[in-house]
Design a protein around this ligand. Structure first.
Ligand SMILES: [Zn+2]
Ligand SMILES: [Zn+2]
Length: 310
């Protein structure tokens, strides 16, 4: 099953060295979700062949322009292209006012319905779910109200080993209970443990998006053991005063969070325009957390299966 993240923009506040501001899309079993929509996102969707009409849910972390200034153009382009499907946008308070003001003053009109969902950025809570996944908010610490997002595949009950029905004379009515975790007591008093009657469950995968934020240990219990973590790395430690001033993280800090949360892999991004190359940021992160990869515009990451995520 597909669970992929495509990076549309890896820059911090301003575009630099060919890097666009933040946006990502997730493809989870051929359903597409957008995270943030910085300036130029719709061009990046074209560049990287993302089917924009398959995006029905957009998650905006905060209202700094490098995370949402691409929305007015993206929304109006979809309208001009005759979009019919309703669109759901999740964000901290204020986005609806921002978008509707831009649309009103520019005499723009959307031919489809947008549902705005306001995130309480103080809470870790369920924002959205369907049959395949859940999306929870992650309260972050930044200069304005900001939320990260935790995408988690739903776990399915394990498949039953059919041969065990005859072997242990298991009544059909017991099967759902056994699949859900129950043991089976035979008529002769023998207890058959649950795990002997079912196949090993398919592990669920998870992706946590944490940008923008300063070093914030409160997120560790929320993102613990996730398969893949994207954590902003705007600066190296050399510029840690700049990071603190802007309420951003250094590569060292991001990697420390990854290590303390025991995540499977770390992706770094949201690079300051000070850095022409991400190598210094990558090297700093890898010193703390080896399994770190750099994002760049157009890079695609498969969310891995991990044993400890069962
Ligand atoms: Zn930013
Ligand atoms: Zn910001």
């Amino acid at each position: 099953m597909k669970f992929e993240v495509t990076i549309l923009g890896s820059a911090a506040a301003t575009p630099a060295y060919g890097r666009f501001p933040t946006s990502q899309v997730l493809n989870i079993q051929d359903y597409w979700y957008m995270i943030d929509c910085g300036e130029g996102t719709q061009m990046r969707l074209t560049d990287f062949h993302v089917p924009r009409n398959r995006i029905n849910h957009i998650f905006i972390s905060h209202l700094h322009g490098d995370h949402c200034f691409g929305l007015p153009g993206f929304l109006t382009s979809m309208s001009l292209n005759g979009r019919q499907e309703e669109l759901h946008i999740f964000s901290p308070a204020g986005l609806q006012e921002m978008i509707e003001t831009v649309l009103r003053i520019s005499a723009s009109h959307l031919v489809y319905t947008v549902h705005y969902h306001v995130i309480d950025t103080e809470k870790h809570e369920l924002l959205y779910e369907n049959s395949a996944l859940t999306v929870h908010s992650i309260p972050l610490k930044h200069a304005v109200p900001t939320s990260g997002f935790l995408f988690r595949e739903k776990t399915f009950l394990p498949n039953f080993i059919k041969e065990k029905i005859v072997e242990h004379e298991i009544p059909v009515a017991q099967i759902p209970l056994i699949k859900a975790g129950a043991d089976f007591l035979k008529a002769d008093g023998t207890l058959i443990p649950h795990h002997e009657m079912v196949y090993a469950p398919v592990p669920s995968r998870s992706y946590a998006f944490c940008s923008d934020t300063m070093y914030h240990e409160a997120i560790i219990p929320i993102i613990e053991n996730v398969s893949l973590l994207y954590h902003e790395t705007t600066f190296t430690e050399e510029f840690k005063e700049n990071a603190a001033w802007g309420m951003h993280s250094t590569a060292f800090q991001a990697a420390t969070i990854a290590q303390k949360a025991n995540v499977g892999e770390l992706i770094i991004g949201h690079y300051s325009a000070r850095f022409q190359d991400f190598q210094p940021l990558l090297a700093e992160a890898k010193r703390v957390f080896k399994n770190t990869s750099p994002s760049s515009d157009g890079s695609v990451f498969s969310v891995p299966y991990l044993k400890n995520n069962v």
